[in-house]
Write a protein that binds this ligand. Sequence first.
Ligand SMILES: *[C@@H]1O[C@H](CO)[C@@H](O)[C@H](O)[C@H]1NC(C)=O
Ligand SMILES: *[C@@H]1O[C@H](CO)[C@@H](O)[C@H](O)[C@H]1NC(C)=O
Length: 281
Amino acid sequence: MGRPPTPRILLHCFLFGSLMDSCSLTPAAPVRSVVSEVGNQVTLPCCWKEHLPDVAPPASHVLWATPAKTVFELWGGRVWQAEEFQGRAEVPQETLLSGNCSLVIGDVQIGDAGSYESFLVLDGARSRKTRVFIQSVRLSVLDRKSTQSRAPGDDFVLDLYTSHALRVVFQARNCSAWTDLWMRGDGDGQRLQKDPLTEQLRMKRVARSDEGRYRVVDQHGLAVNTVQLSVERSGEALRAQQVLGYPGPAASSGETSKRRCWALLVGSLLLAGFRVLLPPQ
Ligand SMILES: *[C@@H]1O[C@H](CO)[C@@H](O)[C@H](O)[C@H]1NC(C)=O
Ligand SMILES: *[C@@H]1O[C@H](CO)[C@@H](O)[C@H](O)[C@H]1NC(C)=O
């Protein structure tokens, strides 16, 4: 036991050390959880080296699947993506060789939520393939919700968040029905315009009648973003008040109490003066 470490042990240490640097997941979590808001980029973690220190891609290849189907495969330089992940899913090749088989999903959708599993497929001789399970990941994707307020005449910008946002529906205040407001591919209207570069919809010059709930919906009818809009005049009212010369509420109380202070002081001085001037009785 007192012998110096052999080169083999040193090599293992080196491999283990570099493994920790390049890719390490605590083995305590057999199922990892990833939570993201819709439209963001998410990384589903995966480290193949901990499971298979001796087998490296390209002798093997990476596969990601949901319980229903295969969603991603990478072998050699070739990539296969399921239809709904076209152009959105990748395992970066540069990190793959260092043991990192994480799946990066761009523009994540509400419908992407669910269970994912990664495998290393060993490309054996005579087309015999073995699948080695690597990692289970549970992905949750959250929609967005907010409350916003505009003054009448202001513009209201509604974030669509994703290129997969298909429609916007509107529920007016005091009204239970939802009406169609916008659909992808619509030309710009008088008041409603889609920004050509960003996923945003601009509504010009909002009025009281624009108050209500705006919901961005994707192609599966799932809510992406819900905004409760109120159109309030309070800002305008305050400005008008200031123009008319009314003091603001904060300033007024301070000013009044200061004035009252001065009045008391002057009053008592005058009283004292009178006492001096009046002849003693
Ligand atoms: C693995 O690769 C992904 C995507 O490139 C990266 O975000 C992640 O940080 C890497 N994980 C580790 C442990 O290095
Ligand atoms: C509309 O709803 C508000 C509360 O959100 C209520 O105060 C108001 O009376 C309602 N107006 C009408 C016309 O129903």
